[in-house]
Ligand binder design. Structure first.
Ligand code: NAI
Length: 261
């Protein structure tokens, strides 16, 4: 448990499912108040809110598209209206779809870059605006991926978006460090969430992914939530501008395991 998170106010985008949901629940358990953003899954978001309230903290659900400037402004405003302030912004919403790059439609490119990169930019900008205006030593966490460093055929738009998030985060960390505002990325490997549901439902594809993970298993959303609360807490007070990979070793060239090569 992280006592410094008690009473903190956190906005999490895409928080009705997967990693966003796991983080929302964990922040609630830590005594933080959570703005649960959802895109098109109101019922699931309401369940997350209910669970947080049951665990003794407070939460509110709000619909919004992270690609839409006014919607993102509304997220920060909801934190202020509901809980009086903003301390932590987690830009988690993300999408992906496999397409050979020579056939990648512009609308797919725009949707993935718009959600994963522009969404993280808008969320970061609105949070920074609030932190600077109110002299808050705030905290921003962007959900990147191992694919901010590992190229990914059929997912050029996704890899480009996460590569963009890497330098967005590093740049903002550098720019706002003098104000004690910290900006970091989490880089998950393969985690069991709806984004991977189809792939992991197929035993062959699941085994193939597992073979690329030195620790040998697909991560649980709670293992990413555990990283998020540490990064948002005072326990990581001197950490800014990093990507914390939580990937079972996936970024460490697993094909070289057992002395091959
Ligand atoms: P997910 O599909 O459960 O979560 C994505 C969430 O984003 C959904 O709730 C979805 O409704 C929301 N969303 C999509 N477009 C949106 C928009 N325009 N505005 C607001 N919300 C929107 O999948 P997961 O795994 O929880 O993904 C969360 C983040 O983690 C994503 O950024 C993803 O790229 C990243 N990630 C996931 C990995 C995994 O293996 N699950 C690995 C590396 C990164």
């Amino acid at each position: 448990m992280y006592p410094s998170l008690q009473g903190k106010v956190v906005v999490i985008t895409g928080a009705s499912t997967g990693l966003g949901r796991a983080m929302a629940l964990r922040f609630g358990q830590e005594g933080a108040k959570v703005v649960v953003n959802f895109y098109n899954n109101g019922e699931k978001a309401d369940e997350v809110v209910k669970e947080i309230k049951n665990s003794g903290s407070d939460a509110v659900a709000i619909q919004g598209n992270v690609m839409v400037e006014e919607d993102v402004k509304k997220l920060v405003q909801t934190a202020i209206d509901s809980f009086g302030k903003l301390d932590i912004m987690i830009n988690n919403a993300g999408v992906e779809n496999p397409v050979p790059s020579h056939e990648l439609p512009l609308k797919d490119w725009d949707r993935v870059i718009g959600t994963n990169l522009t969404g993280a930019f808008l969320g970061s900008r609105e949070a920074l605006k609030y932190f600077v205006e109110h002299d808050v030593k705030g905290n921003i966490i962007n959900m990147s991926s191992v694919h901010e460093m590992i190229p990914w055929p059929l997912f050029a738009h996704y890899a480009a978006s996460k590569g963009g998030v890497k330098l967005l985060t590093e740049t903002l960390a550098l720019e706002y460090a003098p104000k004690q505002i910290r900006v970091n990325n989490i880089g998950p490997g393969a985690i069991n969430t709806p984004i991977n549901a189809e792939k992991f439902a197929d035993p062959k594809q699941k085994a193939d992914v597992e073979s690329m993970i030195p620790m040998g298993y697909i991560g649980k959303p709670e293992e990413i939530a555990a990283v998020a609360v540490w990064l948002a807490s005072d326990e990581s007070s001197y950490v800014t501008g990093i990507t914390l990979f939580a990937d079972g070793g996936m970024t460490k060239y697993p094909s070289f395991q057992a002395g091959r090569g």
